[in-house]
Design a binder for this molecule. Sequence first.
Ligand SMILES: [Zn+2]
Length: 258
Amino acid sequence: MAGLAHVLGWFKKPVDYRRPRILMYHMISPHRPGAQFNKLRVPPNQFEQQLAWLKENGWHFYTMRELQALAPNFPEKGVALTFDDGFEDNYTHALPIMQKYGAKGTLYLVIDRHNNDWSTKKKAHHDSGELMREPKLSDAQVAALLDSGLFELGGHTFSHANLATIDTTQKAHEIAASRAYLERTYKTSVTSFAYPFGIYSERDPELVAQAGFLNAVTTVEGVDDKPSDRWYELKRVKISGKDNLSTFCKRIRFGNKK
Ligand SMILES: [Zn+2]
């Protein structure tokens, strides 16, 4: 039966290509031996293979803002690369590869990203400090990403807040004030948001909208049926550092690797 399932897999229809794929990345870097978060590290050579495959197979790259501007009639094979948090390798490793393929992306930047062990805000036992020690983008590197013309800057709160655990005053700071801070600091319009850890309460999408963001991504895995009805709770396709190219292609076709 396993053989049959495999054969049937070839006939499984991909998700409608007019439904854009929003890909979630964190680091573009070699794996660290024995590290806990290597699935968040896509090695640069694999990232390059992925972009080469997308380009060869007719996919078009958009930032989140550009994608939203196309709604509701999305062209076929639209893809938005998104990068969470603001790791330095987005500049040192991802940018040169993206320039080579003309690929665009959206960076969801944590403002207080240096020496901040946010992993513990999700799970107290995630206190290894692994992600805290990982170098983050300097302000000059963020500016260089924006100057490349390939990046849109998006909000990801000041502190990588766990929105489910803070009060309304703190939420106003983390959501609305962080947007104003990013616009002021980097002299750019900021209209896209990502919920830290993908965690949020029922009313948070409304707060995000009131703060002036026009769209927000979650960590719910998949491809939205009607993104225009879900601008503040968009699904994403998770890209794992442990995927080979064929698994990556499966995720692009179906929204997940099943
Ligand atoms: Zn994050």
